[in-house]
Design a binder for this molecule. Structure first.
Ligand code: SF4
Ligand code: SF4
Ligand code: SF4
Length: 278
C-alpha cells in the first residue's frame, strides 16, 4: 500500500479520536472535572481502536469497540458509579436542571453527535446491542414489520415515569433511578432477546422498541458520515441489502432512502459488495 493509502486508511480513526479528545478537554476545562477527560478519552480511544482494527480487516473489529465502550458504560458508569445512563436518567437530570452525566452523554452520543457520525452509537457502543449482536440472526430473516410506532410509546412512558416521580416529590430519587436503570436494562435484554428469536432478527428491539431512536433517527438523517453507492460500479446484485441488519437500501444515495435513518454504520454492506461500489 502507498503512503497516501495508509494515511487515508487511518484518517477516520484519527479524526474520530480527535473529536472525542476535543470534547474531553473542553468539558474537563469548562466543568473543572477531570472525569470528563478520562471518560471521553477512553471512549474516543476505544472507538479509534475499533476503526483501526476494521481497517486492518479484523473480523470482530466492531465487537471490540462495542465491548470496550458498552461494558465501560454499563458496568463502570451504571453499576459502579450508580449513574442512570438510560433515557430515564436523561429525563431525570434534565428535570433536575443539571447538565451532567446522562444529559452530556445524550447530547454527545444521541442528539448532536449523530449529525456527524449518524447512528455510530448503535453500531459501536450500545451495551444493549452489544449482547443482541451475539445472537444468531445477524441479518433479518423476515420482512420488516410496521411496528416502529412502539418506540414512541416507550419514549413517552419513560418521560411520564420520571415526571410522575418528580410531581410526587418522592424521596431517595437517586436510589430509585439506580434501580430503574437495573430493572430497565433487564427488561431491555429480556424483550430484545425474545424478539430477536421470535422475529429471527437480532436488531428487532432496535427497530421497533428502543425509545432512544426517537432522538437518533431525525438527527442521523443529516449525518455527515454515511455509506454511499458508486452507481457506475454497482451491478444491482442485492448482496448489500441482504446482509444489512437494518434493512437499509444503501444503493439509493438520497437522504430519503428506505430505512436510511436506521443505518448503524456497521459496514457489513461494504464488506459484502463484490464490486467495491460502497
Ligand atoms: S437502537 Fe437503541 S438498543 Fe439499538 S443500538 Fe441503538 S440505542 Fe442501542
Ligand atoms: S449494512 Fe450498510 S447500510 Fe446496513 S446498517 Fe450496516 S452500514 Fe448501514
Ligand atoms: S452489493 Fe454492491 S454491486 Fe451489489 S447491489 Fe450492493 S452496491 Fe451494488
Amino acid at each position: 500500500m502507498t503512503k497516501s493509502g495508509r494515511i487515508k486508511r487511518f484518517a477516520l480513526p484519527a479524526a474520530m479520536w480527535l473529536i472525542f479528545e476535543t470534547i474531553a478537554v473542553t468539558l474537563w476545562l469548562t466543568k473543572q472535572n477531570i472525569f470528563y477527560l478520562f471518560n471521553f478519552s477512553y471512549i474516543g480511544t476505544s472507538l479509534a481502536i475499533g476503526f483501526i482494527l476494521f481497517q486492518l480487516q479484523y473480523k470482530h473489529a466492531r465487537r471490540v469497540a462495542q465491548f470496550l465502550v458498552g461494558t465501560y458504560m454499563f458496568v463502570y458508569l451504571g453499576l459502579i458509579c450508580n449513574e442512570n445512563m438510560q433515557i430515564e436518567g436523561f429525563w431525570y437530570y434534565l428535570l433536575t436542571g443539571v447538565f451532567e452525566a446522562a444529559t452530556i452523554h445524550y447530547a454527545v452520543a444521541k442528539i448532536f453527535g449523530p449529525l456527524v457520525f449518524g447512528r455510530g452509537w448503535c453500531g459501536y457502543a450500545c451495551w444493549t446491542a452489544m449482547i443482541l449482536d451475539l445472537l444468531p440472526y445477524k441479518s433479518p430473516q423476515q420482512p420488516r414489520k410496521k411496528w416502529g410506532f412502539i418506540r414512541y410509546i416507550t419514549f413517552a412512558l419513560s418521560f411520564v415515569f420520571v415526571s410522575a416521580l418528580f410531581l410526587a416529590q418522592v424521596n431517595h430519587m437517586e436510589r430509585i433511578m439506580f434501580w430503574a436503570f437495573l430493572v430497565g436494562n433487564c427488561m431491555y435484554y429480556a424483550v430484545g432477546v425474545i424478539l430477536a428469536f421470535a422475529l429471527k432478527d437480532n436488531r428487532a428491539f432496535c427497530k421497533y422498541i428502543c425509545p432512544i431512536t426517537v432522538f437518533l433517527k431525525p438527527m442521523s438523517y443529516f449525518s455527515l458520515m454515511r455509506v454511499t453507492c458508486d452507481k457506475n460500479k454497482c451491478i444491482s446484485c442485492g448482496k448489500c441489502k441482504k446482509v444489512c441488519p437494518m434493512d437499509v437500501d444503501v444503493t439509493d444515495n438520497s437522504r430519503k432512502r428506505e430505512n436510511g435513518t436506521e443505518c448503524i454504520l456497521c459496514f457489513e454492506c461494504v464488506k459484502a459488495c463484490p464490486k467495491d461500489a460502497l
